[in-house]
Write a protein that binds this ligand. Structure first.
Ligand code: ADP
Ligand code: AMP
Length: 215
C-alpha cells in the first residue's frame, strides 16, 4: 500500500505516519526528515536546503523527488510507503506518479488531515522529538508519560526544530496554501482522496485513518 498524508504544517502527518509504521510495518518517507538528515551530514543537498528551510520556503522539486526515488529504491518491493510532506507541488505530484509507476507501485489513498489554521501555530511551537529515536511529542497535547523520558526508547535528550517558530510557520502555511493545496483536486478527480478531521485528538485521528487503510 502507498499512501500520501496531506495537510499543512502541524496537521499531524508525522505523528500519524509513526503510528502507521508501528501498526503496519510501513515505511515513513518524510522529505523534511531526509533534508534535516542531509543538513546534519553536511552533504551538498543539505548545504543547499538549509537556508531555504530556515525561511520556511520550499526546497527545489528536483532535490526532493530525487531523495524520494532513492528511498523507494532502498525499500523492499512489498513494504508500504507513507509519503509525509511530499508531494508539496504539482511538479512533485507528477514526479511521484512517475517514480511509483517505474517501480510497479500505485497510489492507494491520499489522506487529507483537515485542520483549523489557528490551531497550527500552537501545535508547532509546542512540538519536540526524542533526540535518540525521533519519536514526536507535544508540550501540551502529547507529552512523554514520564517527564524527561522518551516513552519509546527511554532516552532523556529531546530537540526542537529551528524552523518551528511562529514567523517561519506563517511562511510555511502560505507555501502550503499557494503550492500544495492546489494538488488536491487532481487526486480527487482520480477518486483517491479521503478526508479526516485532524482537529480530533491523536487517538481519534489514528482510528479514522485506520478505517481507511485497513477497513
Ligand atoms: P506535521 O508532521 O503535519 O507537521 P506533527 O505530526 O509533527 O505535524 O504534529 C505537530 C504537533 O502537534 C506535534 O507536537 C504533535 O505531537 C501534535 N499533534 C499531532 N496531532 C495532534 C492532534 N490530533 N491533536 C493535538 N496535537 C497533535
Ligand atoms: P516538514 O518537516 O515536512 O515540515 O518540512 C520542513 C521543511 O523542509 C519545509 O518547510 C521545506 O523547506 C522543506 N521541505 C520538506 N519537504 C519538502 C518538499 N516535498 N518540497 C519542498 N520542500 C520541502
Amino acid at each position: 500500500m502507498n499512501i500520501i498524508l496531506l495537510g499543512p504544517p502541524g496537521a499531524g502527518k508525522g505523528t500519524q505516519a509513526q503510528r502507521l509504521v508501528d501498526r503496519h510495518g510501513m515505511r515513513q518517507l518524510s522529505t523534511g526528515d531526509m533534508l534535516r538528515g542531509a543538513i546534519k551530514a553536511g552533504t551538498p543537498v543539505g548545504l543547499e536546503a538549509k537556508a531555504v528551510m530556515e525561511r520556511g520556503e520550499l526546497v527545489s522539486d528536483a532535490i526532493v523527488s530525487a531523495l524520494i526515488g532513492d528511498e523507494l529504491d532502498a525499500m523492499g518491493p512489498d513494504t508500504g510507503a507513507i509519503f509525509d510532506g511530499y508531494p508539496r507541488t504539482a511538479a512533485q505530484a507528477d514526479s511521484l506518479d512517475e517514480l511509483l509507476a517505474a517501480r510497479g507501485r500505485k497510489l492507494d489513498h491520499v489522506i487529507e488531515l483537515e485542520v483549523d489554521e489557528d490551531a497550527l501555530v500552537e501545535r508547532i511551537v509546542g512540538r519536540f522529538t526524542c533526540a535518540t529515536c525521533g519519536k514526536g511529542y507535544h508540550d501540551r497535547f502529547d507529552p512523554p508519560k514520564v517527564e524527561g523520558t522518551c516513552d519509546k526508547c527511554g532516552g532523556h535528550e529531546f530537540k526542537r526544530r529551528p524552523d518551528d517558530n511562529e514567523e517561519t510557520v506563517r511562511t510555511r502555511m502560505a507555501e502550503y496554501r499557494a503550492k500544495t493545496a492546489p494538488i488536491l483536486p487532481g487526486y480527487e478527480a482520480r477518486g483517491l482522496v479521503a478526508r479526516v478531521d485532524g482537529m480530533a485528538d491523536i487517538e481519534a485521528v489514528s482510528a479514522a485513518i485506520e478505517a481507511i487503510v485497513a477497513p
